[in-house]
Design a protein around this ligand. Structure first.
Ligand code: DAH
Length: 339
């Protein structure tokens, strides 16, 4: 009996030694320690032993059983560690490898310039106003003191939806819409898309963008206009920029002016960018015409105001040294990626 038990122990240890995975261990456990296993069979033979031998053999049997159990546990721990190591090796990550950065989108250069302008004016206490792109003739022309026979109204310049409706040719109609709804003090900028019946070339597009500005209050003067626009243009083109105002004509402002900045490429000496002039025209402006104020129900005897209009594409072309307007609208990523 004793030999039998030792045999089982030796056989079990041999099998366990060779087991290379958890299934093999479980198989061995069943074979040696299971209900129908070899140990159980051996124990059944105990009853054939002489009574005085039983305690000794019983003790040995227990010892064999627990030593097999112990070996199973040990092999289990060994195999688990081995499997874990193999897995770690297989799944090793080289943290020094360059990652796959997701490609982020970018803002369109026009959006960037638009955001800069908005921020500057919001910083000066302006609010943002909007208006429709499909606009009444009344707002786009009539209320702005643009007479019926004005060349801007010609179908060669303006897209007409019907007799009384146009695609707005400027952001100036938003001035009227704001003044109709809001009483002074008014301080707004109104960015947006505008349309003109132009053929596409390097400096023309039937769709482009403007930013309109409007300030109306008691005692607003041309000095306020000049001061505001100077702050804005210096912020946009740099502290050293000089600004000059030239007399001009717009039907909805009186007096009217165009503003030039000293050339941002040559500083004013004259170069190809400014066509040798030293100055670059950047916007139109003026004191809101009394008739326009009156058209909107604001008493021109009490209030005065100034307005300005900026072409966004022209500003962006100057700022980023872009020589063809079409690039903004072609959506070529080789171009857009550069900003
Ligand atoms: N609306 C004018 C244009 O499209 C630009 C402009 C000029 C707007 C003078 C103004 C202004 O508000 O005061 O050419």
């Amino acid at each position: 009996m004793k030999d039998k038990l030792e045999q089982i122990r030796a056989a079990a240890l041999g099998v366990l030694e060779k087991a290379t995975d958890m299934d093999a261990l479980e198989e061995a456990r069943i074979k040696f320690l299971g209900k129908k296993g070899e140990m159980t069979a051996a124990m059944k033979e105990m009853r054939n032993l002489a009574a005085e031998d039983r305690p000794k053999i019983g003790a040995l049997a227990n010892e064999v059983r627990s030593s097999i159990e112990k070996h199973i546990e040990e092999r289990k721990a060994e195999l688990t560690a081995k499997m874990q190591n193999a897995r770690l090796k297989a799944e090793v990550v080289d943290v020094t490898m360059p990652g796959n950065a997701p490609k982020l989108g970018k803002l369109h250069p026009l959006t960037k310039v638009m955001n800069t302008l908005k921020e500057t004016f919001i910083g000066m206490g302006f609010e943002i106003a909007e208006g429709p792109e499909v606009e009444k003739d009344y707002y786009n022309f009539e209320a702005l003191n643009i007479p019926k026979n004005h060349p801007a109204r010609d179908t060669q310049d303006t897209f007409y939806i019907d007799e009384n409706t146009v695609l707005r040719t400027q952001t100036s109609p938003i001035q009227v819409r704001v003044m109709e709804k809001q009483k002074p003090p008014i301080r707004v900028i109104a960015p947006g898309r505008v349309y003109r019946s132009d053929t596409v070339d390097a400096t023309h597009s039937p769709v482009f963008h403007q930013i309109e500005g409007l300030v109306v209050d008691k005692g607003v003067t041309m000095a306020d206009l000049k001061g505001t626009l100077e702050v804005f243009l210096k912020e946009l083109y740099g502290e050293k920029t000089r600004v000059r105002f030239r007399p001009h004509h717009f039907p909805f402002t009186e007096p009217s002016a165009e503003a030039d900045v000293s050339c941002f490429a040559c500083g004013g000496k004259g170069c190809p960018v400014c066509k040798g002039e030293g100055w670059i025209e950047v916007l139109g402006c003026g004191m809101v015409h009394p008739r326009v104020l009156a058209n909107c129900g604001i008493d021109p005897e009490v209030y005065s105001g100034f307005a300005f209009g900026i072409g966004l594409e022209r500003i962006a072309m100057g700022k980023y040294d872009i020589n063809d307007l079409r690039l903004f609208f072609e959506n070529d990523l080789r171009f857009l990626d550069q900003f």
